[in-house]
Design a protein around this ligand. Structure first.
Ligand code: ADP
Ligand code: RBF
Ligand code: MG
Length: 403
């Protein structure tokens, strides 16, 4: 591949976060206050399903399609208030910097109108300069799922479609469609919603990597050449592009991030089924942090009140092998304890990423992989880059629970 064509919403930008932002302001109009509790239930739903839950939960005096209509209007028509709150998705800045440093030609190809694309990226540092080509749906005859946008992007980059790599989340269908068209499409074929971008890329004769922005939806992306969990998992060298050079001994360093709380009961499977106890933390109150980090296997340091600071490797997500309904945070402290420590205050400093969560053909292979993760984390945490966080004050918990 000699160039990369990227979708914007849901691929580089967290439009999902934007949806919640708009939702919050919108609820105020109805005299209700957003309390974030829906975040759990809503994960993995399409906006239509999401709206139905909210209308019901808050007892809003409107039909769900009216509600969605209003939301779509706020979201997709250049409302500067919501646009400036949109955050880059994990790995988006890293990818853009990497490709532009190596001189890989890049285009943005979105179903939004060009003006909307430009105002969206104007809030993201360094993005405008990195894309030599931007194509909006108002610049071609038909938007995705038609291949026009992608073909136009390749043409303007002076590249052959067959040497263009498309990266798409496919989910958000924006701008060029009327709401009526959108609803008709969704009613007829629920999956069309997540296929649109991938189908457009394949119809253009390009290679397509899908990065689903809805969890547990991998099966809907069969048309793609590869499905990855997040941009962190993209391996450009698979496509003949320069590899990332920031992996260190099997780990990807990140800015440290912090979560903590009392150790809660999980499903009781860790020690019983895997022989690997995980001191689960509640996801409540962490929806923002968790939406900034993809599900996956991470590592760092764990501080337990009254006991000390330990190396830690953890998984965050839906545990595909068990196909959990809820997202869980499961840190394995790399130390032998003589007893349980439920309800004790546990603080985590997460310093890097290891791999996406995966499914496994057997329990044995899952267990073997987790022990491999343990080795990777144990070794990496001795590197100065990571070991310095052992002294982070967040790990030294002096206050008692609730303070
Ligand atoms: P649950 O599903 O309730 O989390 P687990 O089987 O995963 O049950 O066991 C986790 C519990 O085991 C933790 O809450 C903690 O009290 C205890 N535990 C003992 N050793 C460890 C360890 N090394 N790492 C994490 N938890 C441990
Ligand atoms: N479960 C999975 O289904 N897929 C995984 O890739 C996976 N990776 C894990 C990595 C680590 C480091 C740990 C501690 C657990 C992992 N688990 C995984 C198991 C899961 O998080 C949880 O511990 C079990 O489901 C028991 O509750
Ligand atoms: Mg556990």
């Amino acid at each position: 591949m000699s160039c990369v064509i990227l979708d914007l919403d849901g691929t580089l930008l967290n439009t999902d976060g934007m949806f919640s932002e708009v939702l919050k302001t919108f609820l105020v109009k109805y005299g209700k206050e957003w309390d974030g509790r829906e975040k759990h239930k809503i994960v993995g739903k399409t906006p239509l399903e999401e709206a139905a839950i909210i209308v019901e939960d808050y007892g809003l005096p409107c039909a769900k399609h009216e509600f969605v209509n209003e939301l779509f209007k706020c979201l997709f028509y250049n409302d500067p208030y919501s646009l400036c709150k949109v955050k880059a998705l994990p790995g988006a800045n890293r990818l853009i910097k990497h490709l532009s440093c190596h001189g890989v030609p890049m285009a943005l190809a979105s179903n939004s109108h060009r003006a909307t694309i430009e105002s969206k990226i104007s809030y993201q540092h360094g993005w405008k300069e990195s894309f030599s080509v931007i194509v909006g749906s108002d610049e071609v005859r038909t938007g995705k799922p038609s291949p026009d946008i992608f073909l136009e992007a390749a043409k303007r980059l002076n590249m052959e479609p067959s040497s263009s790599l498309v990266i798409e989340d496919s989910v958000y269908v924006i701008g060029s469609y009327s709401l009526e068209f959108l609803f008709a499409l969704l009613l007829k074929d629920k999956d069309s919603y997540v296929r649109i971008g991938v189908v457009a890329g394949k119809a253009a004769g390009m290679e397509v990597v899908a990065v689903p922005s809805l969890p547990k939806q991998t099966h809907r992306y069969i048309a793609a050449d590869e499905v990855i969990n997040s941009l962190l998992d993209l391996r450009p060298e698979k496509w003949g592009l320069p590899p990332f050079q920031d992996w260190i001994e099997g780990t990807l360093p990140s800015e440290p991030w912090y979560i903590g709380g009392p150790v809660v009961k999980g499903l009781g499977r860790g020690s019983k089924v895997l022989g690997i106890p995980t001191a689960n933390l509640s996801t409540e109150g962490y929806s923002d942090v968790l939406s900034e980090h993809p599900s996956g296997v991470y590592f760092g340091w764990a501080g337990l009140s009254t006991r000390g600071v330990y190396k830690m490797v953890m998984s965050i997500g839906w545990n595909p092998y068990f196909d959990n309904a809820e997202k869980t945070i499961e840190p394995w402290l790399l130390h032998e304890f003589d007893e349980d420590f439920y309800d004790e205050e546990l603080h985590l400093v997460i310093v890097g990423y290891i791999r996406p969560e995966a499914n496994f053909p057997s329990l044995e292979t899952l267990i073997a992989k987790i022990h491999e993760d343990r080795k990777v984390a144990e070794r990496a945490l001795d590197l100065p880059l990571y070991s310095k966080y052992r002294d982070d004050p967040y790990l030294k918990i002096t206050s008692s629970k609730g303070q």
